[in-house]
Design a protein around this ligand. Structure first.
Ligand SMILES: Nc1nc2c([nH]c(=O)n2[C@H]2C[C@H](O)[C@@H](COP(=O)(O)OP(=O)(O)OP(=O)(O)O)O2)c(=O)[nH]1
Length: 141
């Protein structure tokens, strides 16, 4: 069986826009757009993994909200990526880019114009059509 890679990504919401991030060219799937995040370590919940990754990648504190959709899997030559995307919100705005070459805040109808990683397509579609005013975050977390 191919290697299973469990990954979590964040669809950040701010002022009605969504954050899209472009992976550094030298990384796996380099040049494609993604939801920032990364691999879930065995001891972590998806929420903990997202918080850790966003500290590592942007040096930012975040709140994790509801899940966008079911986990979606895509088979690459290096393994099967099982991606789960959560809505999220920034508590800080450092954006120290470590793993990404670009970040863009986009309107929902602009998301589909980017070249997203294959595993992201389903979540991108759902986020594009979602009523973002109904996405709730538990501020006390
Ligand atoms: N972070 C993130 N990764 C994604 C998305 N879609 C997708 O297919 N992936 C893939 C790319 C990677 O193979 C894996 C995530 O691992 P990662 O972000 O830690 O990337 P990496 O393999 O370059 O990291 P590393 O080995 O250097 O720690 O999932 C997405 O939306 N966000």
């Amino acid at each position: 069986m191919k290697k299973q890679i469990n990954v979590v990504g964040a669809a950040f919401v701010e002022n009605g826009k969504i954050l899209a991030t472009k992976r550094n060219d030298d990384r796996v799937l380099g040049t494609l757009w993604e939801f920032p995040g990364g691999k879930i370590e065995p001891h972590e919940t998806p929420e903990q993994a997202l918080q850790r990754e966003l500290t590592e990648e942007f040096n930012d504190e975040i709140i994790v909200g509801p899940r966008v959709t079911e986990t979606s899997s895509h088979e690459y030559d290096f393994g099967v990526v099982n991606l789960t995307v959560y809505y999220a919100k920034f508590l800080t705005h450092h954006f120290d880019l470590v793993a990404h070459s670009k970040v863009e805040w986009l309107n929902q109808d602009e998301l589909g114009q980017l070249s997203w990683a294959e595993a992201d397509q389903k979540a991108v579609k759902i986020v594009s059509k979602a009523d973002l005013t109904q996405v709730k975050f538990n501020e006390s977390n």
